[in-house]
Design a protein. Structure first.
Length: 201
């Protein structure tokens, strides 16, 4: 148990340091974040076995449908922000323009490295480890907070909140079905809709 906690703590420290470096130079963000995601995958698979408790058909069904649901939640949230005093909707629009993949290779690393890396690390490793010591709800909440905390270095509160909301959603999905492929497909579906198919910004 002590070894697991130490491993988790060191892994979180490494990822936070790498994310700090990632946001130091926005011009090479995609290169650095791709490398960070590979490290996240490595840290996870050497310390835990990834859960895969559903058939291909099941995780595709649940993954795609939940990804569409998540997109709907974000769409409603964005529309509501347009009625709130301030420039929250403009902040989101500006962030979207900065992080939107503008080359084919960025879509490739997003779908094949970054998204799988995020889900494998945060759900497959961090949340799974925390669940051994905490209740399911506390493990989900704490993992979501930690996932959001790495985006503090971006200086964008919207990014932090989006990561936390996504962490809660995919954390609950993972706790329910115990399938890393499912949450990866769900996250992929959401990002495909968000960035490519029907962007709402």
């Amino acid at each position: 148990m002590k070894q697991q906690i130490i491993g988790l703590g060191l892994s979180l420290f490494v990822v936070h340091v790498l994310m700090y470096i990632t946001f130091m130079d926005r011009s090479i963000f995609w290169y650095l974040y791709s490398g960070t995601a590979l490290v996240m995958i490595a840290l996870s698979i050497i310390q835990t076995k990834l859960d895969h408790e559903l058939s291909v058909g099941q995780y595709l069904l649940y993954g795609i449908s939940s990804g569409i649901l998540m997109y709907g939640i974000f769409l409603i949230g964005y529309q509501l922000m347009t009625f709130i005093p301030g420039n929250a909707d403009n902040t989101i629009s500006d962030l979207y323009q900065r992080i939107e993949p503008d080359h084919l290779w960025k879509y490739i690393v997003l779908f094949l490295i970054i998204i799988p890396g995020e889900e494998i690390f945060w759900r497959g490793f961090v949340q799974k480890c925390l669940h051994r010591h905490l209740s399911t709800s506390m493990a989900i909440i704490l993992t979501a907070v930690l996932a959001g905390s790495v985006f503090i270095f971006s200086g964008e509160w919207v990014w932090i909140m989006a990561a936390m909301v996504g962490g809660l959603f995919w954390g609950m999905l993972y706790a329910w079905k115990r399938s890393i492929p499912l949450v990866i497909v769900s996250h992929l579906t959401f990002d495909l809709l968000f960035f490519y198919v029907i962007p709402f910004l």
